[in-house]
Design a protein around this ligand. Structure first.
Ligand code: APR
Length: 330
């Protein structure tokens, strides 16, 4: 139904971001297409949806469906499906979801061989066509693939970011809200380390209405929520026969919005750390840490008020990530 009222909030967001261009590589896929829709829906921008020539028809059809969905929502965003990398030229943000997802029973780490080559090739294109872009990587094993992008593009470390902690902390918050029968918006959670078996949920900086969660729930319940958070991706993969697609797409879209609108919000992200300040001892690695996102990508890396047990788990995750990094042949 046509309405005559102008929604000034949407109009302001539209004016601020309409000139912005975001490219999603791997857009015909499950995560990519969800990311395209959510980015376009929330930002009024141009989204270039890139995939390989073999996926061209499917991509075109899927993006038409998404464009119709945007019309339903009166969104002014535009989606451009393409298999031509030149179309991504001068994008402000590039999201990489290209590559293989895991199958039931696989770990994310087992994808390293097949995905490293794809990510290397994609990085060359980003360097060529979008020298000033901020890049967000979702392809698994996430932390290691972000490392490949950094090295292959030669971009500054604030401009290459991995999406993991936003998803993992959302899964942790969901489980806590169920267990505590609490509103999800009242829970803040921190999940750091690697996006794998060694992810580190940080109970001491997880709160309900600002109260530390360890003070209001039993150790047994908290442990159960942490174990389920670590296994959440595998649980979905086992049930569906393929890995999750909606929550990862939405999580990256939230990060893209923070960058396009320069919101300076805090996120758990995978960031490049090289013996930097608080994270001394973590050398030449992407690893999950809290950070502030804004127009420059990572504006600031934050430190964590953690206990010794958490610090130990974080160091263990760093060691495993270093082993994976060393297995790369760049
Ligand atoms: N360039 C562009 N796109 C590519 C390339 C490439 N070189 N290689 C593969 N793709 C595309 C595929 O054509 C496909 O459309 O990447 C897309 C991947 O989509 P899916 O197979 O549906 O995988 P998805 O579930 O979206 O997961 C993608 O994100 O969460 C991670 O573990 C997951 O590594 C996986 C990635």
């Amino acid at each position: 139904m046509a309405g005559s009222e102008v929604n000034f909030k949407n109009l302001r967001s539209f004016q601020r971001t309409m000139a912005k261009k975001v490219t999603v590589i791997g857009a015909a896929g499950g995560v990519g297409s969800n990311a395209v829709l959510e980015i376009a829906r929330n930002n009024a921008c141009t989204v270039v949806a890139l995939d390989i020539p073999e996926a061209a028809d499917f991509l075109k059809g899927r993006m038409l469906d998404l464009s119709h969905a945007l019309a339903v929502m009166n969104s002014e965003s535009r989606i451009i499906p393409t298999t031509n990398y030149e179309e991504m030229k001068n994008s402000d943000v590039v999201v990489i979801t290209a590559g293989f997802p895991r199958k039931p029973g696989m770990t994310r780490e087992e994808l390293i061989g097949v995905n490293a080559k794809i990510i290397s090739d994609v990085s060359e294109k980003i360097k060529q066509f979008c020298p000033n872009a901020i890049v967000i990587v979702i392809t698994n094993p996430l932390d290691t693939m972000a490392y490949v992008v950094l090295k292959k593009t030669g971009f500054k470390q604030n401009r290459v970011i991995g999406m993991a902690g936003e998803l993992d902390s959302a899964r942790f918050r969901y489980l806590l809200s169920q267990k505590l029968n609490a509103k999800i918006g009242h829970i803040e959670a921190t999940v750091l380390g690697s996006h794998g078996q060694e992810m580190v949920a940080v109970p001491e900086s997880t709160t309900l209405n600002k109260k530390p969660v360890p003070d209001i729930m039993s150790e047994e319940d908290l442990d159960e929520c942490i174990t389920k958070t670590v296994g959440a991706g595998a649980e979905i993969t086992k049930l569906m026969g393929r890995s999750a697609v909606v929550a990862p797409g939405f999580a990256v879209a939230k990060m893209v919005s923070a960058i396009l609108n320069d919101t300076r919000e805090e996120f758990c992200v995978s960031a490049y750390i090289n013996n930097d300040g608080f994270y001394e001892g973590v050398e030449d690695l992407f690893i999950g840490v809290p950070a502030v996102l804004g127009k420059n990508g990572i504006e600031r890396i934050l430190q964590v008020d953690w206990e010794d047990a958490t610090k130990e788990k974080f160091s263990k995750a760093a060691k495993s990530l270093a082993t994976m990094r060393d297995a790369l042949k760049l």
